[in-house]
Design a protein around this ligand. Structure first.
Ligand SMILES: Cc1cc2nc3c(=O)[nH]c(=O)nc-3n(C[C@H](O)[C@H](O)[C@H](O)COP(=O)(O)OP(=O)(O)OC[C@H]3O[C@@H](n4cnc5c(N)ncnc54)[C@H](O)[C@@H]3O)c2cc1C
Length: 404
């Protein structure tokens, strides 16, 4: 039998994880990435327990996870002056388990995924911008992908397309026209600062229309983000000065981190999301993953973790069953049925947290929110995150039913 072929559009976290799993399941897998070299920009990410479980399912053992990340704890929220609003206790094993997270430098995660994918046989094709996709039909015509490399247009037929091209997905535009990202109302500075002295646990501060967070991503680096309400497309002549001004008067630790940041390494992006996500994650022979399918607000810190989960599920729910002779259309429907409710629920929770946290206005609202939260017992709240953090990868499929 001829090899099944997969074309993954986008070599970010979701694309590389999907490609790795498909190649391991025996698919001839190509990743089309519009950028040259390392496509990944960004500073750090928090990978909660479910992200760690996904990394393990991708074949990363303890040693490899420790090479790319720093294991630490989520500690809860503080006000702008650093006073605790919600403290998550770290003396109970069950709470500790759910509140453990890995601080990860994004470039390091990306490089590790790329290496694993190439070792599994994935062929990355760089400087290739996908412009169109014809989704084909499972069990019928194959999908067609069109892309440009320089001045040349290419096209190829394929058994499966993975739409992993992020927020401004060309695959989504081709197969779900009209579903577009929306500006969140906030923008975010992010940076990595050399440091070997700070405690390193994830600490988050809420103030009027803003949130600041910091966590260790290696023995010698701390990642911070400063997320705040701002009109879309705002330009600052001096980003570093603007960050200092925006968070001046906040807790001294915050001001020190901004001061310690190399202005050349400070980045800022307006934050978009896809409210409600896509109405389906599959169409024809196309499966949508990562931000292309369900870009959520970053207030849950789940974007990278769900992108990794998607990759595992593309392999376990579509790649492996189809390679064993299961029906491709049914396998894709199963992916949609499992992934869509979970990713929607996470995105909804991220919106609730934003409303109550980073987006909340000043004055009495802050006082009321902080007073109420100080009364909330943190343990049940932390335990409520159990089903989210306790994600387990779907098991590998059994043999296909015999045809009669
Ligand atoms: C401010 C901020 C903070 C965040 N913090 C966190 C956090 O703490 N924890 C967390 O888990 N997540 C966080 N996220 C979210 C996380 O970064 C994303 O959810 C995650 O990177 C999505 O991965 P992806 O592979 O789907 O998309 P991307 O990383 O965007 O990758 C898409 C890839 O597709 C390529 N591409 C795009 N178009 C084409 C095309 N037409 N043809 C070929 N290639 C194409 C791109 O070059 C890119 O390489 C944050 C996001 C923001 C904005």
């Amino acid at each position: 039998m001829e090899d099944l072929t997969a074309t993954v559009v986008g070599g970010g976290i979701a694309g590389l994880a999907s490609a790795l799993m498909l190649a391991r399941a025996g698919w001839r897998t190509t990743v089309l990435e519009r950028q040259s070299g390392s496509a990944e920009v960004g500073a750090g990410v928090a990978l909660p327990r479910n992200g760690e479980a996904a990394l393990r399912a991708l074949g990363f053992d303890d040693g490899r996870i420790a090479e790319i990340g720093y294991e630490t704890l989520v500690t809860g929220f503080r006000d702008t002056r650093g006073r605790r609003i919600l403290r998550i206790p770290d003396d109970r094993a069950d709470v500790r388990w759910g509140m453990t997270a890995w601080g990860v430098q994004r470039r390091r995660l990306h490089a590790a995924l790329r290496l694993a994918a190439v070792e599994a046989g994935v062929k990355p094709v760089l400087e290739s911008q996908v412009t169109d996709v014809d989704p084909g039909t499972p069990g019928g015509s194959r999908a067609t992908v069109t892309w440009r490399s320089g001045e040349t247009e290419h096209g190829a037929e394929t058994d499966l397309v993975v739409g992993a091209d992020g927020m401004w997905s060309a695959v989504r535009e081709a197969v779900f026209p009209g579903v577009r990202p929306r500006y969140s109302g906030s923008t975010s500075w992010r940076a990595i600062v050399p440091d070997d002295a700070l405690d390193g646990r994830l600490v988050e501060f809420w103030g009027p229309g803003a949130e600041f967070g910091a966590m260790r991503v290696s023995d010698s680096e701390v990642y911070w983000y400063g997320y705040f309400r701002s009109p879309e497309g705002t330009v600052f002549a001096d980003e570093h000065a603007a960050a200092r001004a925006r968070f001046s008067g906040w807790a001294p630790g915050i001001v020190n981190l901004i001061e310690a940041t190399d202005p050349e390494r400070l980045m800022r992006h307006d934050v978009y999301h896809l409210p409600g996500g896509l109405p389906d994650y599959v169409r024809g022979r196309v499966v949508m993953v990562g931000d292309a399918a369900h870009a959520a607000l970053p207030t849950m810190g789940q974007g990278a973790a769900t992108a990794l989960e998607d990759g595992v599920c593309v392999g376990r729910l579509i790649g492996a069953p189809a390679a064993l002779g299961h029906d491709l259309g049914r396998a894709m429907a199963e992916f949609d049925a499992i992934r869509r409710p979970r990713c929607r629920a996470i995105a909804r929770r991220a919106e609730h947290i934003a409303r109550f946290g980073a987006d909340l206005g000043g004055g009495w609202r802050q006082v009321v929110r902080n007073s109420v939260l100080r009364l909330v017992p943190a343990q049940p709240l932390a335990r409520a995150g159990g089903p989210l953090m306790g994600w387990t990868p779907p098991p590998p499929p059994g043999p296909a039913p015999a045809r009669v």
